[in-house]
Design a protein around this ligand. Sequence first.
Ligand code: ZN
Length: 201
Amino acid sequence: MSRELFDQALQAAQSFHASNPALSGFQPWPDDITWADRASMPAPCMDLVQTQAGDTACTHSHASETLALQQAITALAPHVEWRLTYTEEEVGVDFLGRFGWFELVGPTGHFHSTQARMTVGYWGDGLYYPWHEHEPEELYSILSGRAEFAAEGEDTLTLRPGDTRLHASLQPHAMTATDQPILCFVLWRGEGLADDPRMAA
Ligand code: ZN
């Protein structure tokens, strides 16, 4: 049943967090996690998460934890509360058909915590995630696929499984998935954890 899949995903996220100093240094694992029993909400992208994951090869020392979390998220994909956040005017119909995110842990997550927020996002190949910003800091970890990450004041980098990227508070950033989709695990910290990002004007 799906509760087991949620528990397995949480366990995989905790092992992934412990295996990667970039994540454990960003924020300790929360000690206030409780099951929130949120209903699932389908989104068009959830099939793609399972059928078009992109490359999973991770060259880092935490490769086995990266793959384990990617597999746990893939198994969980049909059961989560998918969110789209943006409007068709902001991102277009193709984007909304092949993008989605959900909150595994956090103030409005499948597991409740007020100490941390952990989300998972998926973008299909060829999608451009326009410039946006938000108050909390966020640390992206790539689970599968690859994309070009752009952030104001920094070089644009192509990130692959196991790589991380930190976005500072209110630092504008954008992302382009070129020839691969991308699945990301994202840690958040700081003020405004429950706020939605703002697209750049
Ligand atoms: Zn962001």
